[in-house]
Design a protein around this ligand. Structure first.
Ligand code: FAD
Length: 545
């Protein structure tokens, strides 16, 4: 075959780099939020994640979605899901780093922040494996409510061994926990749950019940146990359902099908039926929603972290491409309009990461009423706005790669498909915004904590001061109308992000954020920052190599 052309002006793949040290803001944010002791371990994790081999695992795990084996070849129900080996390797990485439980197993100041930084990096390589990891992390406080279950299960949950075998808990060297709330007739409205729970003998905390009903979404069904919401006599209650019963039988948790999803394709999300499945009551009958919502707070934090990580990876890919690709005789990254686009996305990603890590710090200090109040209101707020910005940013970053960004060999389609789920699961956007209003109305510590956080950054930038004044005036003007919730929450998050950037980021980044987010005169597309910002500098710093 004759040679038709030589390949030029195509960037090298972005791989074999350190996700931690090449991040323009992550090492500083880890120190600022009180986890300086973790920097060495995070750098090692960042190097491991950044290898070409790790990125290939993410790609493989998503190209080879899990397969349900509801029955064996003889017709016995087995309810097992087969994953690609790449999934197991990714799980080994995540569990080995302690992303599923380290802050509980080895509590110390900054432990939730250190874990958060690990989650942020892990999601850049593969986000699906984060689902069981996150649910396990979130389940621990609920498990602690039931001493017998905690005594038996927490040592396995705390283990850093990923044990992929489908065996009863007692035989396993590590365990993962999932959760089941959503039913066909209603997901956000948990009181509409119809799954029933009948006591086997005595009723009450720690007692066994039989559950009959279904869950319309139950992700990571190969977890070793689940926290499940079901109706007992006193109302919605939280139950612990292991995959195996104490007598060594498979619990009657029947996997009906796996969802065929837009993204998150490495992870299995199933529909299940409970045919008298055995579950143990956690907490009191009728108190299931607060118990399971406590778990959801942690998983919501992880949605914000996950979208922040996905954004960072999208920006890194875009900046890398622009640094190597020439159009019209100049590198893309040297062209003013492209600099505006990449810099605008870079400050979005940095603001998202900084707020997520700041929020993780609040989880490090649950006994401080101000930090607990901060977590109460900022968790739903951050989840709403960060996850809302993700899909838009991923679409824009894809466009930076031109046609190359749209083909499946590129990482961009996977990043793009992965984004929306963080906005939907664990409470969709509207539910998050309504929850912020609830927190503002019912928890005085929450609003005070936010105002204190904003006050620390006042007096540096007049645009920020004006923005905060207007926001606090609006919040003081009585209970907001539900229909205004998104507008209020967006501004609350922008103010918090600006405060963090003014305190911790470079002057260039903080100035760009205030100019483009607090003084906006455009429709909000990326690349519309006003003149006078050093966009070239921000864009170049976003390229990892
Ligand atoms: C890939 C995937 C995996 C999942 N895994 C799990 C899992 O493991 N376990 C689990 O329990 N669930 C899981 N879910 C379900 C998920 O949590 C729900 O889909 C989500 O909470 C929304 O519930 P719903 O689908 O019933 O929508 P609905 O509750 O019907 O909501 C539909 C829309 O209406 C909005 N809305 C609802 N009420 C109001 C209101 N009062 N005012 C204004 N707007 C409102 C919502 O924000 C949403 O946009 C998963 C979902 C996905 C996509």
């Amino acid at each position: 075959m004759g040679e038709t052309h030589s390949v030029t002006n195509q960037p090298p793949p972005l791989a074999d780099y350190d996700l931690f040290s090449t991040d323009p803001a992550l090492p500083g944010a880890v120190v600022a939020e009180g986890a300086d002791w973790a920097a060495g371990g995070l750098a090692a994790f960042g190097r491991e994640l950044g290898t070409a081999g790790s990125f290939a695992l993410g790609d493989l795990a998503n190209r080879n979605s899990p397969i349900l084996h509801a029955f064996d070849r003889y017709g016995h129900r087995i309810d097992e899901v087969e994953f690609h080996p790449a999934w197991h390797r990714l799980m080994t990485l995540a569990v080995g780093q302690g992303l599923h439980s380290a802050p509980w197993a080895e509590p110390k100041p900054g432990a939730h922040v250190a874990r958060a930084a690990g989650v942020y990096m892990m999601c850049q390589v593969e986000a699906g494996a984060q689902c069981p990891v996150t649910m396990t992390y979130g389940a621990v406080p609920a498990l602690k409510r039931q001493p017998q279950i905690a005594a038996e299960w927490l040592p396995r949950v705390y283990s850093r061994t990923y044990d992929q075998r489908f065996r009863p808990g007692a035989e396993k060297s590590g365990a993962l926990i999932g959760m089941g709330m959503t039913e066909k007739q209603g997901g956000s409205d948990l009181r509409a749950n119809s799954t029933r729970a009948e006591p086997v003998g005595a009723r009450g905390s720690g007692e066994p019940y039989r559950l009959t009903g279904h869950k319309w979404f139950l992700s990571a069904p190969m977890c070793d146990a689940f926290l499940v919401l079901a109706q007992a006599a006193a109302g919605p209650s939280c139950f612990f359902l292991p995959r195996w019963t104490p007598d060594g039988e498979r619990n009657a948790i029947h996997i009906q099908r796996l969802k065929d999803k837009l993204g998150n394709r490495s992870n299995a999300s199933s529909e299940v039926e409970f045919d008298g499945a055995l579950g143990w009551l956690i907490g009191d009958e009728g108190r299931g929603i607060p118990t399971i919502i406590e778990m959801a707070n942690y998983t919501r934090l992880d949605c914000a972290l996950g979208s922040s990580g996905l954004m960072r990876q999208a920006v890194a890919q875009a900046a890398h491409h622009a640094a190597h690709r020439t159009a019209f005789q100049r590198k893309l990254i040297d062209q003013p309009l492209m600099q505006n686009v990449i810099a605008d996305m870079a400050i979005e990603a940095e603001a998202a990461m900084r707020l997520s890590l700041r929020l993780a710090r609040a989880y490090d200090r649950p006994d401080d009423p101000s930090e607990a109040g901060f977590a109460r209101i900022v968790t739903p707020a951050a989840k709403y706005w960060i996850c809302k910005r993700g899909p838009m940013l991923a679409g824009e970053a894809m466009e930076v790669l031109g046609g190359n960004g749209y083909v499946e060999e590129s990482p961009m389609p996977r990043l793009y498909r992965e984004m929306p789920v963080n906005s939907i699961w664990e409470g969709s956007g509207n539910i998050m915004c309504l929850d912020v209003l609830r927190a503002a109305g019912r928890s005085p510590d929450s609003l005070d904590a936010v105002i204190t956080e904003l006050n620390v950054a006042r007096g540096v930038d007049p645009r920020f001061d004006r923005f905060c004044l207007k926001l606090t005036d609006d919040l003081a003007g009585g209970p907001p109308h539900e229909g205004d919730a998104r507008r209020i929450v967006e501004r609350l998050v922008l103010a918090l992000q600006a405060a963090l950037l003014l305190k911790h980021a470079t002057v260039t980044v903080a100035d760009a954020f205030c100019a483009s987010r607090l003084d906006r005169d455009s429709g909000g597309a990326f690349g519309t920052m006003p003149r006078g910002i050093d966009a070239g500098r921000i864009a170049r710093a976003a390229a990892p190599l």
